[in-house]
Every structure is written in structure tokens, then in C-alpha cells.
Design a protein around this ligand. Structure first.
Ligand SMILES: Cc1cc2nc3c(=O)[nH]c(=O)nc-3n(C[C@H](O)[C@H](O)[C@H](O)COP(=O)(O)OP(=O)(O)OC[C@H]3O[C@@H](n4cnc5c(N)ncnc54)[C@H](O)[C@@H]3O)c2cc1C
Ligand code: FES
Length: 229
């Protein structure tokens, strides 16, 4: 389901698996993952020869809620956050739901809009870069705020990206009286709710990102004093 993730053993030498969002299901028993190179795990994965095997645990976690029938779903992705929303965008397009897709990055080089479903009758794509090199100049949350002033019949905001961006996207959505779901990308260990290494603070106590999430209603998260804690 859109929002769920898989826990991947990048190599036998690495003790901990690495979580990646399901970015697409091109055919039965097949998954798309979009992986940004960060450290040892993602590099090791990228260095695997084509056709080699890795152990994949999942799908894990919860998933995004559908929007109201006929209302516009607003998807907001920052940087590699497109990975967490790509399958959701595909499913909405498939179901014929109206989608406004906002993709932002610091610079043109960081924009990953090309990895999203291509715009067609049901999907409107808008870009932003902090330095103004492509699309609207400013953050993707500023772009969200300007759209929420005029978009007709908005249903819900769905956001994935860095913590500061999620916090801002949630604030903008809630200011406009819209529900907002965010996909959190906490560092994980077990991935199944056992170690409690991935907890975030919510109005209902600490929740694990891996098994209670990774999708949370932004109104439930306690953002004060840090990204979520
Ligand atoms: C539910 C979920 C879904 C995710 N989906 C994707 C995805 O689709 N595509 C993708 O590229 N990445 C995704 N991530 C992040 C990805 O799991 C990390 O980038 C990866 O585990 C880093 O492993 P590494 O060994 O390369 O880096 P490490 O050597 O472990 O770390 C390198 C650097 O990255 C930082 N880092 C590590 N993990 C994270 C993280 N989760 N968030 C932010 N910074 C981190 C570390 O603090 C360190 O500075 C997701 C994370 C979660 C929890
Ligand atoms: S990673 Fe172990 S509880 Fe979430």
C-alpha cells in the first residue's frame, strides 16, 4: 500500500537493515525503490550487480488514507521525499482522483520530479527551488501555502521530506483547516516495533515509526522542541 516500506539487508556484512518506501508496484511480486546515496548501506545497495539478490522484509508499516471522493489530493515532496509519495501519486492517477503535486528542492540538481508520474488530465505538477533555478523561487511549503489560498475543493495534504519541511507543511495545512498526513523517515533498527529505537512523541504518547507509522496524522505529532520530540 502507498506509505508502506520494506526493510532491506544491503549486504550480509551489515547487521541492520535499511528502510525504503515502496515507490511503485510495476507488476506482481515486484517493487520499485528509489534510493538516495547516504552512507554505507545505500552505497552497498547501489554497488550490487544487476540481477543479484538482497533480502527484503515487508511490506511493513501503515499507509496513507484516501482523500474525500472528488476532492483534490495535495502531495508535497521535498528532495528524496518523492520516493514516499510516488506510489501514492500513481494510485491516485490510476483511480482518476484529482492530484496537485508539489515537488521542491534546494536547487535544480536536487529536484526529483522526473521520478513522479507524468502530468496528465488528472495531475498538476508544480516545482519550486530555494534558489529559484527552476520553478517558483522559495520553499515547497511556501508553494503549498500559495496554492491553498486558491485550490478548489482541497481534500488533504500528504507530505514526505526532511523533518523541518514536514513540520512546516503540517503547519500550513492545519492553518488552512486541512488534514495532513506525513511520512516520517526515522532511523530504524528492527523495523517491527520490538526495539523501540524509532519512537516519536505524539499526543497519545510515544509511537514507533516502523509499526505505528511511518504515516502519521500531523495533528497528532508533537513537533515542539525538535523535529517531533
Ligand atoms: C519509513 C522510511 C522510508 C524511507 N524511504 C526511503 C526511500 O524511499 N528512499 C531513500 O533514499 N531513503 C529512504 N529512507 C531513508 C533511508 O532509510 C536512509 O537513507 C538509509 O537507511 C541510510 O542508510 P545508509 O547506511 O546509507 O546511511 P547511514 O550510514 O546509516 O547514515 C548516513 C547518514 O544518513 C543519515 N541517515 C540515516 N538514516 C536516515 C534516515 N532514515 N533519515 C534521515 N537521515 C538518515 C545518518 O544520520 C547519517 O548522517 C526511508 C526511511 C524510513 C524510515
Ligand atoms: S525500529 Fe525497532 S521499534 Fe521501530
Amino acid at each position: 500500500m502507498p506509505g508502506q516500506f520494506v526493510h532491506v539487508a544491503a549486504s550480509e556484512e551489515l547487521t541492520l537493515r535499511r528502510p525504503f518506501s515502496v515507490a511503485g508496484v510495476p507488476r506482481e511480486r515486484s517493487l520499485d525503490l528509489l534510493v538516495e546515496l547516504r552512507g554505507k548501506g545505500t552505497r552497498t545497495l547501489a554497488e550490487q550487480a544487476e540481477g543479484s539478490s538482497v533480502s527484503v522484509m515487508g511490506p511493513l508499516g501503515n499507509w496513507f488514507s484516501p482523500p474525500r471522493e472528488g476532492a483534490t489530493a495535495i502531495l508535497v515532496a521535498g528532495g528524496i521525499g518523492v520516493a514516499g509519495l510516488r506510489y501514492l501519486a500513481e494510485e491516485f492517477v490510476h483511480d482518476g482522483r484529482p492530484v496537485l503535486l508539489l515537488v521542491g528542492a534546494r536547487t535544480r540538481e536536487g529536484l526529483l520530479d522526473g521520478l513522479m508520474p507524468r502530468p496528465n488530465g488528472g495531475i498538476t505538477l508544480e516545482l519550486s527551488t530555494d534558489d529559484g533555478s527552476t520553478g517558483t523561487a522559495g520553499t515547497v511549503c511556501e508553494l503549498l501555502a500559495s496554492h491553498l489560498e486558491r485550490v478548489e475543493n482541497p481534500a488533504r495534504v500528504y507530505a514526505c521530506g526532511p523533518p523541518a519541511m514536514l513540520k512546516e507543511a503540517a503547519a500550513v495545512a492545519l492553518r488552512h483547516g486541512l488534514p495532513c498526513e506525513v511520512l516520517l523517515e526515522e532511523i530504524m533498527a528492527c523495523g517491527t516495533g520490538a526495539c523501540r529505537g524509532c519512537v516519536v512523541n505524539t499526543k497519545h504518547g510515544y509511537k514507533t515509526v516502523c509499526s505505528d507509522g511511518p504515516v502519521f496524522d500531523a495533528a497528532e505529532l508533537l513537533f515542539e522542541g525538535g523535529p517531533y520530540a
